[in-house]
Design a protein around this ligand. Structure first.
Ligand code: FEO
Ligand code: CA
Ligand code: CA
Ligand code: CA
Length: 622
């Protein structure tokens, strides 16, 4: 790397300290980020085949013709000129007319919450079902100070409080319809459904009937009670919803035995005697680790739900692995196999994909069975910009198929997968054979022996996060090789130079930190949602509240489209079937959104449009 110090001195008029230059010489972000040109040329690294996998360099840029919004700390939604937003549903809104309207004084009861939209909405998908529109929305968790804000202790004080919290978890499925008030929930629709930590669900795949899944309540290990901490989501090509179980460990502790110690297998997933935020073990002994050590093995999976059949039993697909699932980006590979990309959101954990053994074709009988049988892979990112999906098999791991599906993290370690900076959402480009993953941040990078600084996680104490992109070999998502580059390194060019300023695409106008939600729209625009430091101070000065940006991946142009209200995370994104409305999730607002004044903050789904239902929607933006 010749004379980088001189280049930076010229560019900024300030000499970088020698450690910074040495660091940048080793990990020159712009070089890594701009490897795109190399990928497109296909001549570097001697792997020419990859050139076929991407659009030609002169591919048309996607339309992005809105006026970007500035960062701010307002307790509301900020959108570009010409766009409007309205509320679709907020925590506690009843889905049936027999339910109760949200009561800000009591903040609901176990009974009212069971009939209402859950809390902390996260990933979501919109489905067209026989002429109706169903929005399926994850309700990830609860904040003690909000859900139990009616209590002076800001905590649960009785069993009903605990059950209220429990019922605020899971998934809300609701028919929505657009009328004079915009998109609203259709109360009493036969398609409305609440799925909670109590809903029975079938276990499929190698984990079904495995000894590690057997409990006193379910001695056969085939029928799990409920889903919780449902984070990101996915959808199948056959029109079902996928909800992804993330931080399931936080619901277990061992009140009956304070000195209970986890096995290494449980420890890897964060299980410990002292976790207790939610109090679930006080009402159901299956959450007491000393009494039921196998219950945590029944959570941490991908769950499939049929939005068209409210009587159907959800299915936990163990073949897709057990970890702290973020989302599940599913594509049909060129050869017909189902490929699901999945991140494990924890510092130093891995990026995975599942490939079905059989192939998919439209109209096939029981397509869901494809998710019961296949191979899991974990990603190894090599320093030279290539990578390999390492199969997790009995041969490669020394574990049985059931163990691989239940102790997936250990299987990935056994094959030498790369430890990552917290893989959040993966998004596959509908216009090109490539995929992207948000690596949200990682304070342990470079600090922990298992998390050395490397080419794909190049920044020690990575407080801003970055987005990695890969292009599968042979233009096929089911291939085992890939090439990768860093699409963008977030950073703050107004307070830092060098590594912390971010890559070239980052400017004072579009800077952000902790990319998390990620999705392509039908036109190939990449939407980025953040869950980061919103202090607007120090390293984060000028970034404002959490936000949503949109990127043209051809040109690496990134523009800020939305700023969320105070204290929120922006997470969850989907579109109406006609593409005219974009639905976006506002999770854990920290001020008084949406009602303002001194009202209780409520996580909400909003609809974003250009005015006029028959006007130009986002899908036709530009
Ligand atoms: Fe639920 Fe990793 O976010
Ligand atoms: Ca997330
Ligand atoms: Ca996050
Ligand atoms: Ca969150």
């Amino acid at each position: 790397m010749l004379n980088l110090k001189r280049l930076h001195t010229l560019a900024h008029g300030v000499a970088l300290p020698s450690w910074a230059v040495a660091y940048m010489c080793e990990f020159d972000f712009d070089r890594i980020v701009s490897r795109r040109a190399v990928l497109l040329g296909g001549t570097a690294f001697g792997v020419v085949a990859f050139a076929d996998a991407v659009l030609p360099p002169n591919a048309e840029a996607v339309p992005m013709d809105f006026e970007p919004v500035g960062a701010n700390q307002d307790d509301t939604i900020t959108l570009p000129k010409g766009y409007t937003w309205h509320l679709v549903a907020s925590w506690g809104d009843p889905l049936w007319s027999s339910g109760q309207d949200f009561d800000p004084t009591s903040r609901g009861t176990a009974e009212s919450q069971a009939m209402a939209f859950g809390d902390n909405n996260d990933g979501m998908s919109c489905f067209a079902v026989d002429g109706r529109i169903v929005l399926a929305v994850n309700n990830e968790y609860t904040n003690t100070k909000v859900i139990w804000g009616n209590r002076t202790s800001n905590s649960h004080e009785n069993a009903d409080d605990v059950r209220k919290g429990m019922n605020a978890h899971g998934v809300s499925l609701m028919e929505i319809r657009r009328g004079d008030q915009g998109w609203q929930v259709v109360k009493d629709s036969p398609l409305n459904r609440r799925i909670t930590p109590e809903t029975p669900m079938d276990v499929t795949g190698p984990g079904r009937a495995h000894p590690l899944l057997k409990t006193q309540d379910d001695p056969h290990g085939v029928l799990v009670q409920g889903t919780f901490n449902n984070c990101g989501n996915g959808r199948t090509p056959w029109g079902t919803y996928l909800t992804c179980e993330e931080n399931f460990h936080a619901y277990f502790h061992s009140p009956s035995k304070a000195d209970w110690t986890p096995t290494d297998m449980l420890k890897r997933y964060g299980l410990k005697a002292s976790n207790d935020r939610y109090g679930w073990a006080t009402v159901e002994k299956r959450f007491d680790l000393a009494l039921e050590a196998n219950e945590p093995n029944r959570h941490g999976y991908i769950v499939e739900i049929d939005p068209a059949d409210p009587a159907s039993r959800p299915r936990k697909h163990t073949a897709m692995g057990r970890f702290k699932h973020e989302n599940c980006e599913m594509v049909v590979a060129g050869d017909g196999h189902i490929v699901a990309y999945m991140g494990d959101d924890e510092r130093g954990e891995h990026l995975y994909k599942f490939i079905s053994r059989k192939t998919y074709h439209q109209g096939m009988e029981n397509p869901s069975s494809l998710l019961e049988d296949g191979t899991l892979y974990a990603a190894r990112f090599d320093e030279n910009g290539t990578g390999t999906w390492l199969p997790l098999t009995p041969e490669s791991t020394g574990m049985s198929p059931g163990e691989i599906c239940i102790h997936t993290r250990q299987a990935a370690t056994a094959v030498g997968a790369t430890t990552m900076d917290r893989p959040e959402w993966v998004a596959a480009n509908p216009q090109a054979v490539e995929a992207y993953c948000c690596l949200t941040n990682n304070k342990d990078r470079g600090q922990h022996p298992n998390q050395p600084v490397n080419a794909v996680n190049p920044r020690p104490n990575n407080q801003y996060g970055h987005i990695v992109r890969w292009i599968p070999a042979n233009g096929n998502h089911s291939s085992h090789g890939f090439k990768w580059d860093l699409f963008v390194m977030a950073g703050n060019p107004t307070v830092h130079m060098g590594a912390k300023s971010g890559s070239r695409a980052i400017t004072a106008e579009n800077m952000f930190n902790s990319p998390d939600g990620l999705a392509f729209d039908s036109k190939g625009r990449l939407w980025i949602q953040t869950d980061g430091n919103d202090s607007n101070k120090g390293d984060f000065a000028g970034m404002g509240n959490n936000q949503m940006l949109v990127a043209d991946t051809r040109t690496s142009t990134i523009r800020r489209f939305m700023v969320g209200p105070t204290g929120c995370e922006v997470t969850g994104i989907t579109w109406s079937p006609d593409q005219k409305t974009m639905f976006v999730g506002i999770q854990h607002p920290g001020g008084h959104f949406p009602a303002g004044g001194s009202r209780v903050p409520r996580s909400s789904v909003i609809a974003i449009e250009k005015p006029g239902f028959l006007g130009v929607g986002l899908g036709a933006m530009g």
